[in-house]
Design a protein around this ligand. Structure first.
Ligand SMILES: Nc1ncnc2c1ncn2[C@@H]1O[C@H](COP(=O)(O)OP(=O)(O)OP(=O)(O)O)[C@@H](O)[C@H]1O
Ligand SMILES: [Mg+2]
Length: 272
């Protein structure tokens, strides 16, 4: 039985996952700020435009214009794709009242309805969906993450989407932010960063991809102006390249636990 797979459009990435993401999968794209989640997602959509899929990009932390500009830097004309009815960008940041594709309220029901509306507008057929990011929808209630993720997947499953759901990660733990998507997701692509000899390096590792014999190696990636993201050779990853000093890590963990358990900060000021 052969599985239909969608190319990610990122040079060197598809071969790590037997040619692409299985059609219909919901894949979590996780990582700290600036690791490449949005740029990876932009490639996925650009590839969809190229091959004639229907494409929807939900953006919560950047405006629609910002996504269009970022895509243009790598030679992808998202504005034209929008004009030609191949792409809808749902802007959940700006909340423009006069844009029918703006999401005025940041809640999961509105989100799902808007996505279905966009799919109907784009028409029948294989579709790609990016929700960048999912974490925006449970910022003030991290305990809901898993339920929301499950709901989104269950409702949207019928609409022939292959989806990337991005999520920022707490640096030290997956408390609160990641767990929601990760159990529900058919795949997990994790981006990482580290400073090596004074230089910022970025990496990607596939932590999970159902029905796929995927690479188990950490690969270095690069983002090149005018070209976009590219996967380089596998890397000998050393833990100390990406790990925070333990004192910082411990304090972040404590802060997250307090938030989750809703314990107020203590009265005295901690040293910063
Ligand atoms: N034109 C460009 N040329 C080279 N590198 C670029 C270019 N545009 C962006 N970058 C790099 O990509 C980074 C942003 O990547 P991206 O937006 O995909 O991160 P992210 O994981 O989505 O972060 P966040 O969680 O904050 O949204 C920038 O910090 C910069 O290092
Ligand atoms: Mg981003």
């Amino acid at each position: 039985m052969s599985i239909e797979r969608l190319s990610t459009g990122v040079e060197g990435f598809d071969k790590l996952i037997q040619g692409g993401i299985p059609r219909g999968f919901f894949v979590a794209v996780v990582g700290e700020p600036g690791t490449g989640k949005t740029i990876f997602s932009i490639h996925f959509i650009a590839e969809g435009i190229r091959v004639g899929d229907k494409n929807i990009y939900v953006t919560t932390e950047e405006s629609k214009e910002s996504i269009i500009r970022q895509a243009a830097m790598f030679g992808f004309d998202f504005e034209r794709a929008i004009r030609e009815g191949k792409l809808v960008i749902i802007d959940a940041l700006m909340g423009y009242r006069d844009d029918p594709w703006s999401l005025i309220e940041l809640d999961v029901d509105h989100l799902v309805n808007k996505i279905i509306e966009a799919k109907k507008y784009l028409g029948y057929g294989r579709a790609r969906l990016v929700i960048d990011s999912m974490s925006a929808f449970w910022l003030d209630k991290p305990a809901m993450a898993r339920r929301y993720s499950y709901y989104v997947k269950r409702v949207l499953y019928r609409w022939d989407f292959t989806a990337l759901l991005t999520s920022q990660y707490a640096v030290t733990t997956s408390l609160g932010f990641g767990f929601g998507i990760e159990h529900v997701a058919d795949g997990i692509i994790r981006f990482r960063k580290g400073i090596v000899r004074g230089e910022l390096r970025r990496y990607v590792i596939i932590e999970k991809m159902r029905q796929t014999e995927h690479s188990l190696r950490m690969h270095e990636i690069e983002i090149i102006n005018g070209q976009g993201m590219r996967v380089k050779a596998p890397t000998a990853y050393r833990k100390e390249d990406t790990v925070l000093p333990t004192s910082v890590a411990a304090r972040m963990l404590a802060a997250e636990l307090r938030k989750l358990l809703e314990i107020p900060e203590t009265g005295h000021d901690e040293e910063t």
